[in-house]
Design a protein around this ligand. Structure first.
Ligand code: PLP
Length: 365
């Protein structure tokens, strides 16, 4: 993990949030690290977003107090959430349907525990959430309100479809769709008597390219901390902004096949090939020298569990074997940093060539 790049990415997003008068409630699903969480929230309220309750527990241990668990709440996790909350420690939850809302309200009363709930809004991704004009929107709020222990905090969305948009203008249009959908949903709830104080959009592409966030109160991007080849292909960052890389060692030369092998395969890089949608020939990662400079045209073109195939993207150009003798090291930029980082229990933090720190991270569920 390149500390300078990380800090540059954090500062750019922090400034963006401040410029738009928004709190930054970064999603720590990518970094999953208390150290990074502290850096990412330094200029903001200290609220964060997580993707698992294990992360929530870990960040609570790390001193975080206001956490949004941004996956629709499974009823069998309500008690775990209750157990994590404590003196001024909140794990805000998401619901997008009446049965889940009703179960939360009922359980809140049975346990005698207060909860803060967001209603998830679908602004075009169609993964989760109610559309802003959904008939059930107010019904969900009313179901939550069946318990006075449940506070309807507001509305929240993740514009995952920004990853399918092409170019800055198309992403900006998705951002506006996200903002507008949330504002419409919040207004409907207010008209029905719910204060709806929080209006929360969140994705890296829309955070980077959104022009106005009027009516929103916070943003929750996460991938921006590290970025990756998918984001670079999408245009939300440059290759030089990618803050994490996998260091691999050359273990074999196959000159007959114009290929060499490294000791980093699917488990070290992930098998996520989605970056090829935005960057032709990304393979399973771009190969760089140890200074982080991409080696033109050289990719990880295939992976098995522990082996990475390194070749030229078109297969025809000769591979510079002399630059990579057996035992030498290279850096691989990840296709999807959230998944690649999930293979590791810590970050080796570097500044230039110097190893300056080791930061643990939390994995699992
Ligand atoms: N909020 C939610 C609910 C998400 O699912 C995600 C990512 O999956 C984010 C925020 C952060 O978005 P990104 O990964 O684009 O930064």
């Amino acid at each position: 993990l390149d500390r300078k790049k990380l800090k540059r990415n954090l500062e750019a997003m922090s400034e963006r949030a401040t410029r738009h008068d928004l709190d930054l409630r970064p999603h720590l699903k990518t970094a999953k690290s208390v150290e990074i969480g502290r850096l990412a929230t330094a200029e903001h309220s200290g609220g964060i977003t997580v993707s698992t309750l294990r992360e929530a527990a870990y960040f609570i241990d790390g001193g975080f107090r206001d956490i949004t668990y941004a996956v629709g709440l499974a009823p069998d996790k309500i008690d775990t959430v209750a157990g994590l909350q404590g003196d001024d420690v909140w794990v805000n939850v998401l619901v997008d349907n009446v049965p889940a809302a009703r179960m939360l309200a009922k359980r809140a009363d049975t346990l005698g525990v207060a909860f803060r709930a967001f209603i998830e809004i679908d602004t075009g991704d169609h993964r989760a959430g109610l559309t802003p004009d959904a008939e059930d929107l107010v019904a969900v709020a009313q179901a939550l309100d069946e318990s006075e222990r449940v506070d309807v905090r507001g509305v929240l969305s993740h514009a995952g479809h920004s990853y399918r948009a092409q170019g800055a203008d198309a992403i900006a249009a998705v951002a506006e769709e996200e903002r507008h959908g949330l504002v419409v949903a919040a207004q409907r709830l207010r008209d029905a008597g719910f204060a709806c104080p929080a209006v929360s959009p969140g994705s890296t592409p829309t955070a980077v390219y959104g022009k106005s966030w009027a009516g929103c109160t916070e943003m929750r991007p996460g991938n921006y901390m590290f970025f990756d080849l998918f984001q670079a292909g999408l245009g939300t960052c440059g290759i030089d902004d990618i803050a994490v890389s996998v260091v691999a060692t050359v273990i074999g030369h196959k000159r007959d096949y114009n290929r060499l092998y490294v000791d980093a395969g699917a488990l070290a890089l992930s098998k996520d090939a989605s970056a090829n949608d935005t960057m032709a020939g990304a393979g399973y990662g771009l190969v760089c020298d140890m200074a982080g400079q991409p080696v033109a045209g050289v990719r990880v073109t295939n992976v098995s569990q522990e082996h990475g195939w390194v070749a030229t993207a078109n297969g025809g150009d000769p591979l510079p074997f002399e630059r990579f003798p057996i035992g030498s090291r290279l850096r691989i930029l990840p296709n999807h940093s959230c998944l690649t980082a999930a293979a590791y229990d810590r970050y080796y933090v570097v500044e230039g060539h110097a190893l300056v720190d080791e930061w643990p991270r939390i994995n699992g569920w």
